[in-house]
Ligand binder design. Structure first.
Ligand SMILES: [Zn+2]
Ligand SMILES: [Zn+2]
Length: 345
């Protein structure tokens, strides 16, 4: 089959590789759509990320069509499916407590397991047995279904930090993840959503996604604007949606007393930040992390997108064929794209 193969940091080629070999219980899926994630770019650029091997095939946001296998689970060739890429063991201490996204034996497609920037993808038997494979809801296109994964991660982040009706929410960074945070906060009934983003195209995308205000932090006084919009109190929720360590401290300064901060974006291994610990202590600010997704959040995201009540079409700004994998990654890395999809020709 054809695949985008990562052989070393910054080296990704469109190559012919052996078709995936199925072990008993595995499922073979023809990839119909895969979307590029910021993490794919980070791995491509050689920033240290858990589970990455060389050579390997990236891509963990995808949907496709069953080709072979999976009979025991009731799957049949031609069926449209979408897969939660994080395969938890089900029996470790974290799984037992229900934190399957933090599984001690987590195996993720696109990391430890070859991913979706390929014609075909093998879903391990464990993933089928655990219920990581979902039938595509009727009428949902493959490219929109691929966005269930990042949306599920965003659902996890907002469940952890808590976004409620009437909240004022500040989102720092308006790449694809920031846009999904804006849309989900709106969906949850946030009263006011303020985005901070230096790139003008992304500010425009944030407004189109439902942000009330999109601020340029390099030219405007973001803290003053947030105070002005919140009767001088600060935001109920501040979400760091881009992996810049210094933003963690900025977020603390924007939160109201008893406000909540989500360090949603991943930082590179070893990165540290200065934090105003008194802002946490005296203001009783709650700081939460967020990592990955659960199958339940994946299912919720898939249903939300399929319902038509959560618009994602406008996020799919660029489409490429698999042969153009390098151009797809380059486009995703630039600020002009929101989501880049790689489609089966
Ligand atoms: Zn992702
Ligand atoms: Zn586990």
């Amino acid at each position: 089959m054809k695949a985008g193969v990562l052989t070393a940091p910054n080296v990704l080629s469109f190559d012919t590789v052996p078709d995936p070999e199925l072990a008993p219980g595995d499922l073979l899926v023809r990839v119909k759509a895969a979307t590029v994630c910021g993490t794919d770019i980070r791995i491509f650029r050689g920033r240290k990320t858990m589970g990455v091997r060389y050579p390997s095939i990236l891509g963990h946001e995808f949907a496709g069509e069953v080709v072979a296998g999976g009979k025991a689970g009731g799957w049949s060739p031609g069926q449209a499916v979408c897969v939660c890429p994080a395969i938890a063991c089900g029996h470790c201490q974290h799984c037992v407590r229900g934190y399957e996204n933090l599984c001690q034996n987590l195996q993720a497609i696109g990391y430890e397991i070859d991913g979706a920037f390929a014609e075909y993808i093998r879903i391990p038997a464990a993933g089928l047995a655990r219920g990581n494979v979902f039938a595509l809801p009727e009428g949902l296109t493959y490219d929109k279904a691929a966005l269930a994964e990042p949306l599920a991660c965003v659902i996890n982040g907002q469940e952890r930090v808590g976004v409620y009706r009437g909240d004022t929410v500040v989102v720092l960074g308006s790449g694809p993840i920031g846009i999904l945070h804006v849309k989900l906060a709106r969906h949850s009934g946030a009263h006011k959503v303020i985005v901070s983003e230096p790139n003008p195209l992304r500010r425009e995308a944030a407004r189109a996604a439902g942000a009330d205000l999109a601020v340029d932090p390099t030219a405007e006084d973001l803290p003053a604007i947030v105070r002005d919009q919140t009767d001088g109190l600060g935001a109920d929720v501040v979400i760091v949606a881009i992996g810049v360590p210094a933003l963690a401290d900025d977020a603390l300064a924007l939160a109201r007393h008893r406000g909540r901060v989500s360090l949603f974006a991943g930082f590179s291994a070893g990165e540290k930040a200065q934090l105003d610990v008194n802002a946490i202590h005296y203001n009783e600010v709650m700081v939460t992390g967020a990592f990955g997704l659960t199958r339940l959040q994946f299912e919720q995201a898939l249903k939300l997108i399929a319902s038509g009540r959560f618009e994602v079409d406008s996020m799919l700004t660029h489409r490429f064929g698999l042969a153009e994998i390098s151009a797809a990654l380059a486009t995703a890395e630039q600020g002009s794209a929101i989501k880049v999809a790689i489609l089966d020709a």
